[in-house]
Write a protein that binds this ligand. Structure first.
Ligand code: BMP
Length: 375
C-alpha cells in the first residue's frame, strides 16, 4: 500500500473536485454532507426486510449494498417493484444503491445481465461491480452498455393519445417491437383490437372510432425525478441535488475472505483497467488503497468490517464468521489501510437495534476518516 499517496490526506470535499467520474464527485460531496463513509450491506432475506432496513439505516449511510438474488419476494416490476421502491428511499434519505453483482463473463453476456433479464440492474443500481478474471474487454462491454442506457434514459417517452376513425394504414401487418425490444401484443398497438379488426374474442367489430397511442422520445433535463413513482410521493433529501444519471463500476480487486486466490498481478490488472476506463470505473472493492500514480483518485470500498462489541474499545479483536469471512475495524481499514468507505453487513443487520448500530458505525468510521486527514 502506498501510505504516502496524496489522496490519503485529502478531504473528501477536495477529492470531489478532482474526481473524473460524475458519480464519484457526487458521492464524495454526499459523504461530506452526511458526515458518513458507511455502506450498509443489506443481506437480509425478504424484500420487506430490505426496504425496512433502507428506511431505518438510510440517514446514517451513503451507500446501500444489495445482493438482489438473495432476497425472497423481490418484485421485478421496473415501475413499482423492489428496485423502484429502493430508488425512492435512496432519494428520500440520500444514498446510492450498489448491487454487489460481481459480474464475470464474456462481454455480451454481462451486458445483457446488467441491462436486461429479470432484475434490470442498471435501472435501479447506481453502482455495480465486476470481477475481471474474464479479461479487460468485459469492463469495456459494461461501460458501453451503461453509456447506451444513459443516452436512452435522457429521452423521455412522450405519450399522446388521439381518437379517430380508423384508416387502412392502421392495419398493416408489420408488428413493431416496443422500445425495450419486447414484442407487443398486436392489441397494444391497435386500440385493443387485432389488426383485422377483431376483438380478443374473435368478433368482428364494427369500428366507428379507435384510440391511437403514439410514443415518441423527447429530451429532458437530467437528473430527473423518477418516472416510476408518482412524483407527488417523492421526498427528496435536502442539501444536495439528485445524483447524476451516470452509472459507476467498482472492480473487485481484493477480497476479505481467507485464502482468497486473487493475486497481486490480478489486483494490478484491476488498477490498470480502472485507469483505462475512468469515466465508468469509480474505484475498487479492496482491502487497501490502490491509488499509486499521482493522478489516481479512485474510491475504495471495503467489506469485512466489524466493530468489537460495545465496551471493548474500537481496536479490540473481531472474530471471523467461521465461513472464511475476516473482519477488521473501521479504524484499521480507514487509517492504516487507507480505504474510504467501510461496508458493514451483519455488524448492523443482526444488531438488536440496526438503526442505532448503523449510527455507531457511522460515527466510528467518520472519526477514523477525520483522523486520517488530520482534522
Ligand atoms: P458481512 O459484513 O455480514 O460479513 O457482509 C459482507 C458483505 O460484503 C457480503 O455481502 C459479501 O458478499 C460482501 N463482500 C465481502 O464480504 N468480501 C469481499 O471481499 C467482497 C464482498 O462483496
Amino acid at each position: 500500500m502506498s501510505t504516502r499517496h496524496p489522496t490519503l490526506a485529502t478531504p473528501f470535499a477536495e477529492r470531489a473536485n478532482q474526481a473524473t467520474h460524475p458519480l464519484t464527485n457526487y458521492l464524495f460531496r454526499l459523504m461530506e454532507l452526511k458526515r458518513s463513509n458507511l455502506c450498509l450491506s443489506a443481506d437480509v432475506q425478504s424484500a420487506r426486510q430490505l426496504l425496512d432496513l433502507a428506511e431505518k439505516a438510510g440517514p446514517a449511510i451513503v451507500v446501500f449494498k444489495t445482493h438482489y438474488d438473495l432476497i425472497s419476494g423481490w418484485d421485478y416490476n421496473p415501475q413499482i417493484g423492489t428496485g423502484a421502491k429502493l430508488a425512492v428511499l435512496a432519494r428520500k434519505h440520500g444514498f446510492l444503491i450498489f448491487e454487489d453483482r460481481k459480474f464475470v463473463d464474456i462481454g455480451k453476456t454481462v451486458q445483457m445481465q446488467y441491462t436486461a433479464g429479470t432484475a434490470r440492474i442498471i435501472e435501479w443500481a447506481h453502482i455495480t461491480n465486476a470481477n475481471i478474471d474474464a479479461g479487460k474487454d468485459m469492463v469495456r462491454a459494461l461501460a458501453e452498455a451503461a453509456a447506451k442506457w444513459k443516452e436512452r434514459i435522457n429521452y423521455e417517452v412522450k405519450t399522446s393519445v388521439t381518437v379517430g376513425t380508423p384508416v387502412s394504414e392502421h392495419f398493416d401487418d408489420a408488428e413493431e417491437p416496443s422500445e425495450d425490444g419486447r414484442r407487443l401484443d398486436p392489441r397494444e398497438q391497435n386500440g385493443g383490437f387485432y389488426r383485422d379488426g377483431r376483438d380478443a374474442d374473435g368478433r368482428k367489430g364494427s369500428i366507428v372510432s379507435i384510440t391511437t397511442v403514439t410514443q415518441s422520445f423527447e429530451p429532458v433535463d437530467s437528473p430527473r425525478l423518477s418516472k416510476n413513482m408518482t412524483e407527488g410521493d417523492e421526498v427528496l433529501f435536502p442539501g444536495i441535488e439528485e445524483p447524476p444519471s451516470d452509472r459507476g463500476l467498482l472492480l473487485l480487486a481484493q477480497m476479505s475472505s481467507r485464502g482468497c486466490l486473487m493475486t497481486k498481478e490480478y489486483t494490478q490488472a484491476c488498477v490498470e483497467v480502472a485507469r483505462e476506463h475512468k469515466s465508468f470505473v469509480m474505484g475498487f472493492v479492496s482491502q487497501e488503497s490502490l491509488n499509486t500514480e499521482p493522478e489516481d483518485n479512485f474510491i475504495h470500498m471495503t467489506p469485512g468490517c466489524k466493530l468489537p462489541p460495545q465496551g471493548e474499545g474500537e481496536n479490540g479483536h473481531v472474530e471471523g464468521d467461521g465461513l472464511g469471512q475476516q473482519y477488521n475495524t473501521p479504524s484499521k481499514l480507514i487509517n492504516v489501510c487507507g480505504v474510504d468507505i467501510v461496508i458493514v453487513g451483519r455488524g448492523i443487520t443482526t444488531a438488536m437495534d440496526p438503526q442505532k448500530e448503523a449510527e455507531r458505525y457511522q460515527r466510528e468510521a467518520w472519526r477514523a476518516y477525520l483522523r486520517r486527514v488530520g482534522q
